[in-house]
Write a protein that binds this ligand. Structure first.
Ligand code: ADP
Length: 516
């Protein structure tokens, strides 16, 4: 580069230099004796020797790694002797070496020319080490990619939405249930597998992405595999646009996530079951031990009542009618308590409820008279409003009564020192659902337990067991409803919902039955 020409250049040297200087590659002219006749500036840069330094040196010593020198010299001599050359006129890959001794792969093409009776070989050399490295890297990367694609069953596609031309790999064919090569490579063939409603949705998602000039899109859909099985697919696509902003390519992947989905679903189902079983077990255990404990005194009370009735019957006294009436009420109360215990025990052991169409206004009135019997003395008033459309619900009346009873007792207890009004409202929540609200004007919910209200054995009362709301939740949820509380603007409101009809219950509880 920039070196001064030697003053004693022959005509050959001059014309060779002129030719070599126009080359795009390193260009070297070599005489029959193997010495360098000319060397262009690209060769100077590639090998690190100036043209002056290279001139006259043996080419094999200057730029051929030692281990290849003998071979180079051998083939030159053979050619000179026999006129047979392997490399002349073609491109061959060789190993070259620069001034620092670094060997590198090169592409060599040679030709021969005769000047004034002297034979000269001209070689064009291109350093292909970067190209080689890139090739090796690409091969390595694609091998790894191929491994990953196989190991994770990733379907890969490349589509031109304009022409409809697509390419996809064997994994994608396998995902759709085909043998390699069996899945017709066309967009309509793919669309034929996708659930129509999902297809409409992802078409819209694609259109939106194109309007936004998005470069990427992820989506999911269901498809029917070749053998009729329904599979869930997750897809991710790169959207490529041309200079005019038109989409010309979609490259992406498809993954079958059905198994993952199934595992997830069964996991959360199991979890829900476990939670439910745990809650139910503790409640169940308590219900049956309570039932056991209560059965004996209840039985005793029933016996005493029967004895008292008999005594009255044998020896009537003034006012006997009132007394007999009171005893009758007492024994129906006992009966109801017994029935309730039986139901609770049955519910916890066999998991059964007996839902039917219930007249809500009647049930609320009855429950209130039981729950607020003594509360009225403490200036607790009741306001009951049932919208006509909300008058019928589908539930087990005895268990529902238990819920209302618990809520009213809690409300009355919250206002025991201050007095106040309990408002009970029933209204339509939706076409299939009735919502009941029990509102009091008490002190509101204790902040410490507000988030655990419905958890069993949590109470702020010195004599409280903390199971009332837990039982309420179990009953309401098993009836196909929800229960929640709020105490935003002073006082407390409890809400619960119930299905209006058996059909509405079927819709709200996928299990589709009243069984617990
Ligand atoms: P218990 O009445 O035995 O404490 P519950 O499950 O019925 O058990 O209620 C749990 C707790 O919820 C009560 O101790 C009380 O702190 C709170 N609570 C329930 N209803 C009300 C209400 N209407 N106003 C204020 N706090 C309430």
């Amino acid at each position: 580069v920039g070196e001064l020409p030697s003053p004693d250049l022959s005509a050959l040297d001059l014309s060779l230099r002129a030719i070599l200087s126009t080359a795009f590659d390193a260009a070297i002219a070599m005489r029959e004796d193997g010495s360098i006749a000319a060397w262009n500036h690209i060769a100077a840069r590639m090998f690190g020797w100036t043209s002056a330094e290279a001139s006259g040196r043996l080419l094999s010593e200057l730029i051929i790694p030692p281990e290849f020198r003998a071979r180079h010299e051998g083939s030159l001599h053979r050619y000179l002797r026999t006129g047979v050359a392997r490399s002349l006129g073609t491109h061959i890959e060789v190993s070259a070496m620069d001034r620092a001794g670094r060997a590198f792969p090169a592409l060599l093409s040679t030709s021969e020319l005769v000047h004034d009776g002297e034979r000269v070989f001209v070689g064009f050399i291109r350093d292909i080490s970067v190209q080689k490295q890139t090739e090796a890297k690409v091969a390595e990367v694609s091998e790894r990619l191929e491994l990953a694609v196989r190991a994770h069953s990733i379907g890969v596609f490349d589509a031109d939405p304009e022409t409809g031309a697509v390419h996809w790999n064997e994994e994608l064919e396998r995902i759709y249930g085909y043998e390699p090569g069996g899945f017709e490579r066309s967009l309509p063939a793919w669309r034929g597998h996708v659930f129509p409603e999902d297809l409409a949705r992802i078409d819209a998602e694609f259109e939106q992405a194109l309007r936004d000039r998005a470069s990427e899109l992820t989506y999911s859909y269901r498809m029917t595999r070749c053998d009729g099985a329904v599979r869930y697919i997750e897809g991710s696509t790169r959207l490529l646009y041309d200079g005019a902003g038109r989409q010309f390519r979609r490259v992406g992947v498809n993954i079958d996530v059905t198994d993952r989905k199934t595992v997830e679903a069964s996991l959360s189902e199991t979890q829900a079951e476990l939670i439910h079983v745990a809650r139910f077990n503790s409640l169940g255990a308590m219900a049956s031990s309570l039932g056991h404990e209560l059965n004996q005194p209840l039985q005793a009370v029933a016996n005493y009542i029967a004895a008292a009735e008999m005594a009255l019957y044998r020896k009537p006294v003034p006012g006997v009618e009132t007394a007999a009436e009171a005893l009758k009420l007492a024994s129906s109360g006992i009966e109801r308590a017994g029935e309730l215990i039986k139901r609770l025990r049955r519910m916890s052991s066999k998991g059964e409820m007996k839902p039917r169409r219930v007249d809500l206004a009647e049930l609320l009135t009855e429950s209130a008279s039981l729950a607020l019997h003594d509360a009225r003395l403490n200036r607790v008033a009741l306001d009951l409003a049932v919208e006509p459309e909300a008058d019928k619900v589908y539930a087990d009346p005895i268990l529902l009564q238990q819920v209302v009873f618990n809520l009213l007792r809690n409300a009355a207890e919250a206002m025991s020192s201050t007095g106040g009004k309990i408002i009970v409202r029933a209204s339509l929540k939706s076409a299939g659902e009735v919502m009941v609200e029990v509102e009091d004007s008490g002190p509101g919910l204790d902040a410490d337990i507000a988030s655990n209200l419905f958890t069993a054995f949590i109470s702020t009362k010195s004599d409280g067991m903390g199971v009332g709301l837990s039982i309420c939740r179990t009953i309401i949820e098993k009836s196909g409803g929800r229960i929640w509380a709020s105490s935003d603007q002073g006082g407390t409101s409890f809400f619960f919902t119930l299905p209006r009809t058996a059909r509405a219950l079927d819709r709200s509880t996928p299990a589709g039955s009243a069984a617990i």
